[in-house]
Ligand binder design. Structure first.
Ligand code: NAD
Length: 290
C-alpha cells in the first residue's frame, strides 16, 4: 500500500482563501480590517523568519499586521506595558508574542497578561481551560491545523483510536483535547511511557509531536492508519519529521510530509483565529466554512 500524501500546502492555501473571503465581508460590515499584533523580542533568526511569514500571510488575507520589535535586553515591565497597550487598543484583535523569550523574561507572566479574548495563539490558561471543558475560545494553531487535516482526510473521527506522542502545552496536550472533542478514544504517550510502540500499533490516528527525527518506526504503524507528523527537525539531510517517512508511506493510509504537511496549516490557523477574534469582538457572524 502507498499512502495518500496529505498536501498541507494546498489545505492551508484553501483555508487562507476562505479567511480572505470572510475578511472582505468583515471589512464591508465594520469599515475596518482585523488587526494582528506580533511582538518579537531579540534577534533570533528562526523567530524573525516566523514573524515575517506571519506578517505576510496576515496582509495577504486582507488584515492589518502590526509588528513590534523589542531589543533582546528589554525588561519584563516594558514588555508587559506593551501587552497592556495592545489589550486596550480596539484596532487589535489578536496578540502574538513570539516565543522563546530571553531568559530575563518570565514567559508565563507574558502569556497570562494577554487578554484571553485576543490570545490567538491559544496559550493563555483561560483558553486551555475553555478547550478542556468545551467552550469557545482559541485553540493553539498547530494542533488546530492537525485536526482540520484529519477531518479533511478522514471525515468523522468519532470512535477512532488516536495516539498523540508528546505532551507539550503547545502541541501534545491541546491535540489530545481536540481529538477527545472529536469523540476519538485518545491515548497520550510521552518520554516516560514504558512501551510507545504498543500504543501506536493499536492506533487508527497517530499524531507525532516529539522532536526526534524518525522516532516513529514504520513497523509500529497499523496498516491504513492516518499519520500526522508535527515534528520539524533540522538534520544534515535537511528538514525531517518525527516519523520514518520513507517506511511509513508504504504502510499508512494517509500521511503528512515534512516539510509541506502540518507547517503551512499553523500560519493559516493563526490567520483564521485572528478573523474569528475580530468577528467575535464586533458581533459579526463567523463564516461557518472557516
Ligand atoms: P517539546 O519538546 O515541548 O515536547 C516533546 C514531547 O515529546 C514531550 O512531551 C516529551 O514527553 C515527548 N517525548 C520526548 N522523548 C520521547 C520519547 N522517547 N518517547 C515518547 N515521547 C517522548 O516539543 P513540542 O513543542 O511539542 O514540539 C514537538 C515537535 O513539533 C518539534 O519537532 C517541534 O519543532 C515541532 N513543532 C512543529 C510545529 C509546526 O508548525 N509544524 C509547531 C510546533 C512544534
Amino acid at each position: 500500500m502507498t499512502a495518500t500524501i496529505i498536501d498541507g500546502k494546498a489545505h492551508a492555501a484553501a483555508l487562507r482563501a476562505r479567511v480572505g473571503t470572510g475578511v472582505e465581508a468583515f471589512v464591508a460590515a465594520t469599515g475596518r480590517k482585523p488587526g494582528l499584533a506580533v511582538v518579537l523580542v531579540g534577534e533570533d533568526a528562526a523567530s524573525a523568519v516566523y514573524v515575517r511569514n506571519k506578517g505576510k500571510a496576515t496582509v495577504a488575507a486582507g488584515m492589518a499586521s502590526i509588528e513590534h520589535r523589542l531589543s533582546a535586553d528589554v525588561d519584563q515591565d516594558t514588555l508587559l506595558a506593551l501587552v497592556d497597550r495592545l489589550n486596550a487598543d480596539p484596532a487589535i484583535d489578536g496578540i502574538l508574542v513570539q516565543l522563546p523569550l530571553p531568559t530575563q523574561i518570565d514567559e508565563r507572566a507574558v502569556i497570562t497578561r494577554i487578554d484571553p479574548d485576543k490570545d490567538v495563539d491559544g496559550f493563555h490558561p483561560v483558553n486551555a481551560g475553555r478547550l478542556a471543558i468545551g467552550i469557545d475560545g482559541f485553540v493553539p494553531c498547530t494542533p488546530l491545523g492537525c485536526v482540520m487535516l484529519l477531518k479533511a482526510v478522514c471525515g468523522s473521527l468519532s470512535g477512532a483510536e488516536a495516539v498523540v506522542i508528546g505532551r507539550s502545552n503547545i502541541v501534545g496536550k491541546p491535540m489530545a483535547q481536540l481529538l477527545l472533542r472529536e469523540s476519538c478514544t485518545v491515548t497520550t504517550v510521552h518520554s516516560r511511557t514504558r512501551d510507545v510502540a504498543v500504543h501506536v500499533r493499536a492506533a487508527d490516528i497517530v499524531v507525532a509531536a516529539v522532536g526526534i527525527p524518525g522516532f516513529v518506526r514504520a513497523d509500529w504503524i497499523k496498516p491504513g492508519a492516518t499519520v500526522i507528523d508535527v515534528g520539524i527537525n533540522r538534520t544534515v539531510a535537511g528538514l525531517v519529521g518525527d516519523v520514518d517517512y520513507a517506511g511509513a508511506v508504504e504502510v499508512s493510509g494517509a500521511i503528512t510530509p515534512v516539510p509541506g504537511g502540518v507547517g503551512p496549516m499553523t500560519i493559516a490557523c493563526l490567520i483564521r483565529n485572528t478573523y474569528v477574534s475580530a468577528c467575535r469582538r464586533e458581533g459579526v457572524a463567523i463564516d461557518p466554512a472557516i
